[in-house]
Design a binder for this molecule. Structure first.
Ligand code: ADP
Ligand code: GLC
Length: 486
């Protein structure tokens, strides 16, 4: 089965969030199940640098305003990801100071519609015969950056009047849609009639996300609960009507954990390794973390941590408000994150007021994320909405019990600890109302359980022993692809 995975980022070469973790883990999981996946990526500097033995597949002649991008398609191996990849070499589009989507001042690049239309267009070409040696049978596009792939495929299939390849579109976050002014539509080289309500148009604008949702043969998102939530007006971001229309083609497939990256028994970032059977190393990780962060060396103070982008989605102002009481009840708190400047400042000053109990590190640091999760007792994910969420899965795997709000993928991955569930399926703590009071009530239950070490350990071991790898998800995707290949 020849599957082209199309995405804008991939761990460990380029990552702004969980999308990269998924892009880095799903293709190798498909490979190990006998499929023939390849990845298509934009030629950002770190991706070009990670491409081994690149060979030119073709000079690209995209339509519309992309014609002068001077783009080439390369093919090679990404040793860091364990996968073969096509990379679009278009220096004018992808080699820039700043991030993949925005400049150093967080201003989105003004030609993002072209930079990512080129990604979608090239994906479609790989299903049409651009590479004579490998033609994709299914194109699987991830998030808005890749969302024009199904549209270009549909346009080609319409003009050639035949089926070319199946398409799957995965929504990782419906809140980021890729919307652009209608005047750019002509630059994309799509048929004029695609700019319509039944197509790519959304309230008078171009909407990449909507194109993916409209033209793909199948739509998936990253948890069953989020798949239901986005069909309602509250979480549908204006696209719930279309998602309800397509309900029969929409499913939720839960993300997994890349166990070659996140495994406490073999994690080189940790001060000591540990497992469900041998938990002693976790205490060493905790002591090392307290020392590294300058927190009081208190083995019996539970550490609550957060590893997150600091954005509205993540609900972290609930944590800010709850912090004084949490600390008063004997907990310590440590955060790793970056994003919203006001929130960065608020966490920084909370730490400055009480450095013995609160530590805050602003920035992005992969190795420290491992040490923080390894050394903490609880990981908090109080999201307003959460398509899947990965850090709570890392928490489960590391015996760092997740304390989460009951939304989206958090609901599907964590089981609340109540008296009656303690011996059954409890793996963490959950609250529903989006308030710091509700969060504190769940935290109080976490603190109470923590004071009963035998019960805590039992929940911890259950959490750590839960299967959470990529195998199940990869099998589910394969089943979906098979429906599209006849
Ligand atoms: P989202 O994709 O919405 O940000 P996820 O939970 O799916 O949320 O994925 C976030 C990923 O980014 C996880 O791998 C997490 O460990 C990582 N991450 C987030 N913030 C940081 C940070 N400041 N430093 C290191 N890793 C981070
Ligand atoms: C998005 C979502 C997150 C999900 C990730 C990977 O960034 O916000 O919930 O885990 O994609 O699918």
């Amino acid at each position: 089965m020849r599957i082209l995975q199309v995405c804008a980022e991939i761990y460990p070469l380029l990552k702004t969030g969980g999308l990269a973790d998924v892009a880095g883990a799903l293709p190798p999981a498909l490979l190990s199940l006998g499929a023939e996946p390849r990845v298509l990526l934009p030629g950002f500097a770190s991706i070009m640098a990670g491409l081994q033995d690149p060979a030119e597949v073709a000079r690209l002649s995209p339509p519309g305003a992309m014609a002068n991008a001077g783009a080439r398609l390369l093919y090679g191996h990404l040793p860091a990801c364990g996968i073969d990849a096509y990379v679009i070499d278009a220096p004018g589009y992808y080699l820039r100071e700043g991030g993949p989507y925005a400049d150093a001042n967080q201003h989105a690049y003004v030609d993002n519609h072209l930079r990512f239309a080129l990604l979608g267009w090239t994906a479609a070409q790989l299903a049409i015969g651009l590479d004579p040696l490998w033609r994709a049978e299914v194109v699987h596009a991830h998030d808005w950056h890749a969302a024009l792939a199904p549209a270009y495929l549909a346009a080609a299939a319409q003009s050639q009047q035949r089926h070319l390849a199946g398409s799957v579109y995965t929504v990782h976050n419906l809140a980021y849609q890729g919307q652009f002014d209608a005047r750019h539509f002509g630059e994309l080289g799509l048929p004029a009639h695609f700019f319509a309500m039944h197509g790519i148009e959304f309230h008078g604008q171009i909407n990449f996300m909507k194109a993916g949702l409209y033209y793909a043969n199948r739509i998936t998102t990253v948890s069953p609960t989020y798949a239901r939530e986005i069909q309602g007006s509250e979480q549908g971001c204006g696209l719930d009507g279309l998602l309800r229309d397509r309900a029969n083609d929409l499913s939720g497939i839960l993300n997994g954990v890349d166990e070659s990256v996140w495994n406490p028994a073999a994690d080189p970032a940790l001060a000591a390794n540990y497992s469900a059977d041998k938990l002693a190393g976790k205490r060493r990780c905790k002591a090392a973390l307290q020392q590294e962060l300058g927190l009081a060396a208190a083995p019996t103070a539970p550490i609550f941590c957060v590893v997150s982008r600091l954005t509205e989605q993540k609900g972290l102002h609930l944590v800010l408000r709850a912090l004084p009481e949490l600390v008063e009840r004997g907990a310590q708190f440590a955060l790793l994150g970056s994003g919203d400047a006001g929130m960065e400042e608020a966490f920084r000053s909370a730490a400055a007021e009480n450095p013995q109990a609160i530590a805050v590190r602003i920035g992005y640091d992969e190795a420290f994320a491992h040490r923080l999760i390894g050394g903490s007792d609880v990981i908090m994910v109080p999201s307003r909405f959460e398509p899947c969420g990965l850090t709570q899965l890392y928490g489960l795997k590391y015996g760092t019990l997740p304390l989460v709000r009951g939304v989206g993928g958090l609901t599907d991955t964590v089981n609340d600890s109540q008296l009656e569930t303690l011996d059954v399926d409890a793996t963490g703590f959950m609250f529903d109302a989006f308030s710091s009071e509700a969060l504190l009530q769940a935290a109080a239950r976490a603190l109470a359980l923590y004071r009963r070490p035998a019960d805590w350990k039992a929940v911890q071991q259950r959490a750590m022993r839960q299967p959470c790898g990529w195998d199940a998800a990869a099998r589910a995707y394969l089943g979906l692809y098979a429906q599209l290949i006849h």
